[in-house]
Design a protein around this ligand. Structure first.
Ligand SMILES: [Zn+2]
Length: 247
């Protein structure tokens, strides 16, 4: 794959780069999307019927069990070359900020530590009442485990339908998008708000926008560079071209 020399020199010289990742990146690791993942026992439920505060109030155990099952599914999944390329970029660019809409924790597993998780992380569990995070809990309990601080029910630390995004994470993401020199939009359809608006905010502020996605999106016409294919193939080649060749 050939990359434009202008893109290569831009990336070599950039000091502030933001990358936003979405479901496409996880799918390349073999993780099914939210909807496709409803198999077996869970096929009778729609994700919307389980991933909401109402569902948790109605039947906390059902929702808890569903997430326990999804955590198990993630255990069998490993980061792909695209995840590792992003971890590599984090080492090369002085200010590199990774924003993800994915809740699977694969970026962390690949070595990205500075991470803005817009939709939370299913590997984390917090109290539904007082928000205290907990490190240990049992998945096989008869009822939903309780918070050691206040006795409230524990729930996954993810954003459910009808819930706002965590304000600190969203503010950090918007600030990063508005002040970066280069913005990568990777494996995201560009239609889920407010994440989709981040690329446009970066573009409006004069950042160079690079899109990597399986197919064109509403962002494609605005992108300075658009690559259609697998991020797990394109990103490692780009990292090699920018930081390993001809240095
Ligand atoms: Zn609590």
């Amino acid at each position: 794959m050939n990359f434009a020399p202008e893109l290569i020199s831009l990336l070599r010289g950039t000091s502030k780069l933001v990358a936003l990742t979405g479901a496409g990146v996880s799918q390349e690791s073999g993780l099914r999307t939210f909807r496709d993942a409803q198999t077996g026992l869970w096929a009778q439920y729609k994700p919307e019927e389980l991933a909401s505060p109402e569902a948790f109030r109605r039947d906390p155990k059902l929702v808890w069990d569903w997430y326990a099952w999804r955590r198990e599914a993630v255990k069998g999944v490993r980061p792909n070359p695209g995840h590792y390329a992003l971890a590599e970029m984090a080492k090369r660019v002085p200010e590199f900020i990774l924003i993800t809409q994915n809740v699977d924790g694969l970026h962390h597993m690949a070595g990205n530590r500075k991470l803005i998780e817009l939709h939370g992380n299913i590997q984390r569990v917090r109290c539904a009442e007082c928000y205290t995070l907990t490190e240990t809990w049992g998945d096989d309990t008869e009822s939903v485990p309780q918070c050691l601080v206040c006795g409230g029910l524990l729930r996954p630390d993810v954003v459910w339908f009808g819930e706002p995004l965590p304000r600190d994470q969203l503010e950090a993401a918007v600030e990063a998008a508005r002040t970066c020199e280069v913005f990568f939009s990777i494996g995201t359809s560009g239609v889920v708000q407010p994440a989709a608006s981040l690329a446009f905010a970066a573009h409006n502020r004069g950042a160079v926008v690079v899109e990597i996605n399986a197919e064109p999106t509403p962002l494609t016409p605005k992108a300075n560079y658009a690559f259609h294919g697998k991020s797990g193939e394109i990103l490692p080649k780009l990292v090699t071209a920018v930081w390993e060749n001809g240095r």
